[in-house]
Design a protein around this ligand. Sequence first.
Ligand SMILES: NC(=O)c1ccc[n+]([C@@H]2O[C@H](COP(=O)([O-])OP(=O)(O)OC[C@H]3O[C@@H](n4cnc5c(N)ncnc54)[C@H](O)[C@@H]3O)[C@@H](O)[C@H]2O)c1
Length: 306
Amino acid sequence: MKKEKILITGGSGFVGTNLIDKLPKDIYEIFSIDIEKPKINFDVVKYEKIDIRSKHIGSLIKDIDPKIILHLAAQSSVSVSSKNPVLDNDVNLSGSLNLFLSSTKSNVEQFISFSTGGAIYGEELGKNFKESDDTKPLSPYGISKLNFENYLNYFSAIKKFKCKTIIIRPSNIYGPWQNPHGEAGVVSIFAEKMLKNENVSIFGNGDEYRDYIYVDDVIDFVLKIINSKEIGTFNISSGEITKTIEIFDYISNIIGYKKPPIFLEKREGDIFGIEIDNSKSRSIGWSPNYNLKAGLESTVSFLKDS
Ligand SMILES: NC(=O)c1ccc[n+]([C@@H]2O[C@H](COP(=O)([O-])OP(=O)(O)OC[C@H]3O[C@@H](n4cnc5c(N)ncnc54)[C@H](O)[C@@H]3O)[C@@H](O)[C@H]2O)c1
């Protein structure tokens, strides 16, 4: 059987690495593009170092001729977006648009784009946000992600291109391969510091809450949506909210860490809390498999071994 060609952007990142690891290699011929080197050297995956803003993206897509594009490449940090909104817009909007418009000149049939669930709806404590709710991003990152969604929805509505588009709005993803030294990803940051018995800082008072979803559950959704007839926007979340201090306590217990957290001022662009409804994604037969305890244990054991 001829394998289907799939192009992943941001394949060297946290989610991209997990995705490439899980994609069945007997079904898909996998191509990955990124500005960073891959974290795992998969022999069967063809990697190209290229920026999604490059003018050569179009000819690369023509050469590869993928049927599906999974767009994950991004400036993915809210705090970097607050410090450098021009860079954020350049990558997340201009780069993404460059990639999408280039892919419409080729035979791409499905364009699946990672947006954000946590940074797009704004903040209304007690509200469980659905895909149809108003969007009020409170950071340049949320704005650039929403602006690219608007372009995808615009092109989809005017039916100018045959390529079908899917927008995925994940909540806070955690799991193996998340950068423990980055500015986002509290689970890996806390766990790495606790394993080294270093001090752990919390931005805010610890009552801030998020929906944490294990990376394998996000990938299960991607596997479900590839080649499906679905179009449109899907929240991907666990459906459970957890306070930052609870994350701190759970990981402390798993590791046996005894130091108290250090509370710092909240960062610009960080919201207090967000709850993300996953009933639309559940309605197409997906549901999260991991509870928080299992996901945290698996993440800690990955960090211990790496
Ligand atoms: N991790 C989360 O909690 C989360 C939550 C919601 C949405 N998302 C979105 O999911 C996607 C994947 O997230 P992640 O956590 O794997 O992020 P990540 O930062 O780990 O990976 C992003 C990858 O994109 C690459 N990249 C950045 N700029 C590029 C450019 N100009 N050209 C080519 N490659 C470039 C980076 O080198 C990196 O490997 C992103 O679009 C992110 O915004 C992530």
